[in-house]
Write a protein that binds this ligand. Structure first.
Ligand SMILES: [Zn+2]
Length: 398
């Protein structure tokens, strides 16, 4: 059977966000985004014939080019093994002989937090501290626990609070989540370059493959607190959502769902909902500005079916896609929160590596929110048009 799920799940890379009034003199907001998709697996007509059990969790050792990997097999497709490693990383390994593969144990266990911390210390060296919080292991510049590590845990707790207040209980993260804060931009660029994904504008990203957030200490070049940036909150939201049952890391992703949640959490009334409780605090103003402009100039019209059906809009018009994804998510979360959260929960329950084609996406959405897409879009636009884009107390209208 042809596997329709692309094992190379895209990860989100956000450009530096400068949220200021000048954003509103432009047709697009200052907050811009760029999603990158890594290359798809190469299909081979010479796939090996032996079988590998991917249905029951067990521990295997895999040898590829003089390197050994230990984990549990989660998919075996066309000569490539998807291996979930004991520290939560997900590797895709080419295997052409059963000799590369050995079963070590009939069970699978997550690596201990102590062992993971030890390995991270070895990987990043003496110029970094590795701090442990309840849910995270944070690699960061020496001695900066309160500046770099605690904020990740605080956000994780806020995330939990937001969902808990709406009657939705999050799963416990199976693996400690890893965040890496590099000392300098230069180190970050070198790391991106090594991964063949260098870009001037990116300031941080979460990779579902490594299950890590990678960023760098920008407080040296910008006089702002480390975590007071939307980018980091956006990426940390992705990581938390994938690790706590809001999305399935191995289930294929619908970009409007994933990006909508992350954009929604960039607003302080969402990421810090215990303190900021009003609806207007929950607005992501740059995204609201983006969608209001698009509603006014007509470019958002009839896009609901498109964005639900496929991720094409994220490739053809990334600003509109992110604004629309936020607008749709915010509308559903604010006006029918129970239905929206049930929809998220069911979406996360799809089996690993199952087909997630256009028809399935449309059907699942219609089952939850109805099949009259134009009517839903009209109601959503009406709701969004009534909200005020506010910056520093001033109201802006497109
Ligand atoms: Zn994102």
């Amino acid at each position: 059977m042809l596997r329709q799920f692309n094992a190379f799940t895209p990860f989100c890379l956000l450009l530096l966000i400068t949220f200021c009034q000048t954003a509103f003199s432009q047709t697009t907001p200052a907050q811009t985004t760029s999603a990158q998709t890594t290359p798809a697996q190469t299909a081979s007509s010479h796939a090996p014939k032996f079988e590998i059990d991917t249905q029951t969790e067990h521990t295997v050792k895999v040898r590829v080019k003089n390197r050994t990997y230990v984990g549990t097999p989660i998919d075996w497709y066309d000569g490539n093994l998807d291996l979930l490693r004991r520290d939560g990383r997900w590797s895709v390994l080419p295997i052409d002989s059963p000799d590369q593969y050995k079963v070590l144990s009939p069970s699978f266990s997550v690596m201990s937090r102590e062992k993971m911390a030890e390995k991270l210390k070895k990987e990043f060296g003496k110029r970094y501290s590795v701090s442990s919080t309840a849910s995270f292991l944070v690699v960061h510049p020496l001695g900066g626990y309160h500046k770099f590590a605690k904020p990740f845990e605080d956000l994780n707790k806020s995330f939990e609070t937001y969902f808990h207040k709406r009657g939705h209980h999050l799963e416990k993260a199976r693996f400690p989540m890893v965040a890496v804060v590099l000392n300098t931009r230069a180190e970050y660029d070198r790391m991106l370059k090594a991964k063949d994904s260098s870009s001037e504008g990116w300031v941080g990203y979460y990779s579902p493959r490594s299950n890590r957030i990678i960023t760098y200490d920008r407080t040296i070049e910008e006089s702002e607190s480390f975590f007071k940036t939307s980018t980091l909150i956006h990426e940390a939201t992705h990581q938390t959502a994938y690790n706590r049952g809001i999305h399935n890391r191995f289930g294929g992703s619908s970009s409007w769902i994933v990006e909508g949640v992350a954009c929604m959490f960039q607003a302080e009334g969402v990421y810090n909902s215990g303190v900021h409780k009003r609806r207007k605090d929950r607005i992501n103003h740059s995204r609201l500005w983006g969608i209001q402009v698009a509603i006014k100039d007509g470019s958002a019209k009839h896009k609901l079916r498109d964005i639900v059906r496929s991720d094409q809009l994220f490739r053809s018009d990334v600003d509109l896609a992110y604004a629309y994804a936020w607008g749709l998510t915010f509308y559903l979360a604010e006006t029918q929160s129970r239905t929206y959260l049930n929809f998220l929960a069911e979406d996360a329950q799809r089996p690993n590596f199952s087909a997630y084609g256009e028809q399935v996406r449309l059907e699942r959405f219609a089952e939850a929110f109805g099949s009259d897409f134009d009517n839903l879009e009209s109601r959503m636009f009406k709701f969004l048009k009534q909200l005020n884009v506010k910056v520093d107390g001033r109201v802006y209208k497109p």
